[in-house]
Design a binder for this molecule. Structure first.
Ligand code: PEP
Ligand code: MN
Length: 338
């Protein structure tokens, strides 16, 4: 249930509603919109909710039952867009941000070189995996904390914030001490213990959609993070599994406008994992921006054929430059900037 306050509601009237919510055993969630304040009732309580108890209170405009299961992530309780700060930009506002870098951090020199190159070409943030979720236990698993230290050095040299994956709930505080954005990979989207931990960390989270998960599943996973008090969540469409074999996954373009419609959180598109082949990344990046994505996360490597992971889908520098130029033109065509 949400309580919509009148635009003339006084702080005392707001306090009275909040006190009533607490007395009923729910957690009040306050969202100040452009015109109205909304107080959401979150959680479980044995006290049945009676709309009349709230609608008759001073300063209350109306009381609305919320049917959506993702109360914090959905737009009912929070109609206005959420903007997530990233390197001086607000993800969700006009500027389309671009997070770029290799799939894996391979060496100190490699990550510093790539960071300098993508920064020069206009990237907002640097990506790079130090803990890699690999299908095979015999594939390269990442450099772990050493990789995070190299990422931090690359940040020091370029000023680019770091986006990197955390897989182990026990390692969240350690990874968060290096990372600016904690990535939850597709395979861990429903690792609820991990979601609770990144929620507690209060660090910005990039939550990737699982390859076999619905948009509702994704929004429910975001709800876990938000329920821990962390509202800095970016949703990421990275392709889902279908019967199609000519691409690694199928980019669900529907997810961009649908997630934007249902949720106030920013939406990031990952064309690299979605298609799996560098020659298609450019087109899907542009389509995402045209569809309303607030940002892109793209794999870039100077010599994709030699990459430790995901080389086949990584753009080289020339490809990235070409994509950045085109992203700018498409962003402007749809009333955004890049
Ligand atoms: C990655 O970003 O390199 C990655 C492993 O992504 P996903 O979890 O989407 O497969
Ligand atoms: Mn990858």
């Amino acid at each position: 249930m949400i309580v919509v306050m009148k635009h003339t509601a006084t702080p005392v009237e707001v306090d009275e509603v909040v006190a009533q919510v607490n007395a009923d055993g729910y957690t009040p969630h306050i969202s100040q919109g452009e015109t109205h304040m909304i107080i959401g009732l979150v959680g479980e309580s044995p006290t049945p909710l009676r709309e009349d108890n709230y609608s008759s209170m001073n300063g209350v405009e109306k009381v609305v039952r919320v049917s959506s299961p993702y109360k914090l992530t959905g737009r009912d309780m929070h109609p206005d867009n959420t903007y997530v700060p990233l390197n001086g930009s607000s993800v969700g506002k006009a500027k389309v941000v671009v997070i770029a870098g290799p799939c894996s951090v391979e060496s100190r020199e490699q990550i510093i070189e790539i960071a300098c190159a993508v920064k020069e070409m206009g990237a907002t943030a640097l990506r790079g995996g130090a803990f890699k979720p690999r299908t095979s236990p015999y594939s390269f698993q990442g450099f772990g904390e050493k990789g995070l230290q190299w990422l931090a050095e690359a940040r020091e040299m370029t000023g680019l914030p770091i986006v990197t994956e955390v897989m182990d709930p026990a390692l969240v505080p350690m990874v968060a001490s290096y990372a600016d954005v904690l990535q939850i990979g597709a395979r861990n989207m429903q690792n609820f213990v991990l979601l609770n931990e990144v929620g507690k960390s209060k660090q910005t989270v990039l939550l990737k959609r699982g390859m076999a998960n619905t948009m509702e599943d994704l929004l429910m996973s975001a709800e876990y993070v938000m329920a821990q008090g962390n509202g800095k969540v970016m949703l990421c469409e990275r392709g889902i599994r279908t019967f199609e074999k000519y691409t690694r996954n199928t980019f669900d373009i529907n997810a961009v406008p649908v997630l934007k419609h249902r949720s106030h959180l920013p939406v990031i598109a990952d064309p690299s994992h979605a298609v799996g082949y560098s020659e298609y990344v450019h087109s899907i990046a542009l389509a995402s921006v045209a569809a309303g994505a607030d940002g892109l996360i793209v794999e870039v490597h100077p010599t994709p054929a030699k990459a430790a992971s995901d080389g086949r889908q990584s753009l080289d520098y020339a490809g990235f430059k070409k994509m950045m130029d085109a992203v700018q033109r498409v962003a402007e065509a749809v009333g955004r900037t890049a």
